[in-house]
Unconditional design. Sequence first.
Length: 149
Amino acid sequence: MRQAPSKAYFGRRYTLSASHRLHTQALTTAQNRAAYGKCNNPYGHGHNYVVEILVGGAVDPETGMVVDLAGLDALVDARILARFDHSNLNADPAFAERVPTTENLCCMIFGLIKDELPAGKLESVRIEETENNYFECRDAPAEPPGPRG
Ligand code: NI
């Protein structure tokens, strides 16, 4: 009897340095300050983000790999690092109407690469923003936000 192929996961870590300012036109100056605190500083601030990409899939019987590492690196370089590394996230058109929080950055990166992987399925994009904060986007529909209280 043939054994069903096992699903395996491959995670790869990239570093991305960028600045941002958390601010939305939807809120007043005072509300922005209350929501984002120091991150609402008009001059912005920077992070050395650590972006972790997790790909899952069957192990290719010939190569023994879930996804080709060089192919994944080329995709992330072209679509993510070339665009966002050493940038001001607020200046990117993708964030013209969207606050460049790290939640939004995770989901943006997820959407930019999920259909272009050389193999496997994009399971998650996880970003470490600071020693204490990390964010993750997974391929699941999000509950819409509730009414603002
Ligand atoms: Ni920040």
